[in-house]
Design a protein around this ligand. Structure first.
Ligand SMILES: [Zn+2]
Length: 245
């Protein structure tokens, strides 16, 4: 069975979400949130569709403000039982660097909250890979997943040393970077994701969690291991992070 540990189900149509719930090949999908409104939508989706698990967080974008964390904290304490991770959280210097200090402030608070509640973190980092790793050195006891990590191989190695997991997107089918990642990162540290509906591996087709099948096929070629074994390994890795979902 396949898993997608990073999708945005609140951006998908109800019809597509139903399809995920009904797909026997999919074990679970973790829907990641980008702001409080998205947390609320994803909470509703996860309550309605048992295969969809909830991650909550504040995505590092232009519109964030310093009050956002307080609201998130309240939301988490009210809905703790439904939450399996904090995500998608992190730093982004690609879209803007004007509010980098604020991004950092919120990110650190989210990491501390994850530590307090023993929740895994699903991390977004774009053009801020080095800054993120420097921070994560101080959070080695957390279960950390670097989602769609595009840092160079020196930085990947540093992430491995910190103990991070790397979730590989479905566009591994055409990305040499992620194909190489599947070789460099230890097998026990690999997870799968799609970032649906973004990052589709196929031209003009909206991304969806079932496309993890394409990732499994590609990793199976790279590892020279049967697809079933790859699926088993990735499920085992996910259990080490999230427990049984
Ligand atoms: Zn995402």
């Amino acid at each position: 069975m396949i898993i997608d540990i990073h999708a945005h189900m609140d951006f998908l149509s109800e019809e597509k979400i139903k399809k995920v719930q009904e797909n026997k090949k999919i074990k679970f999908v973790i829907t990641n949130s980008v702001n409080l409104e998205s947390c609320k939508k994803n909470l509703e989706i996860s309550k309605k569709f048992p295969k969809i698990k909830l991650a909550v967080g504040i995505y590092p974008e232009k519109e964030i403000s310093s009050g956002d964390f307080k609201e998130l904290e309240e939301f988490v304490s009210k809905n703790r039982k439904e939450i399996v991770a904090l995500g998608e959280i992190g730093l982004d210097l690609y879209e803007t660097n004007e509010n980098f200090e604020l991004q950092k402030e919120i990110f650190l608070k989210e990491l501390n909250l994850a530590k307090k509640l023993s929740l895994p973190v699903i991390i977004h980092t774009r053009k801020a890979e080095e800054e993120i790793l420097e921070i994560l050195e101080n959070y080695k006891d957390l279960k950390i997943i670097l989602h769609c990590f595009s840092g160079n191989f020196k930085l990947i190695k540093r992430g491995v040393e910190i103990g991070c997991y790397f979730s590989i997107p479905a566009n591994i089918v055409r990305s040499e970077h992620f194909q190489k990642m599947a070789v460099v990162v230890p097998k026990e540290k690999i997870l799968t994701e799609t970032d649906s509906p973004l990052l589709s591996p196929f031209k003009d087709v909206e991304n969806e969690p079932s496309f993890v099948e394409a990732t499994i096929k590609k990793i199976s070629e790279i590892w020279k291991t049967p697809e079933k074994e790859v699926e088993k390994q990735i499920l085992k890795n996910s259990e080490n992070v999230f427990g049984k979902l």
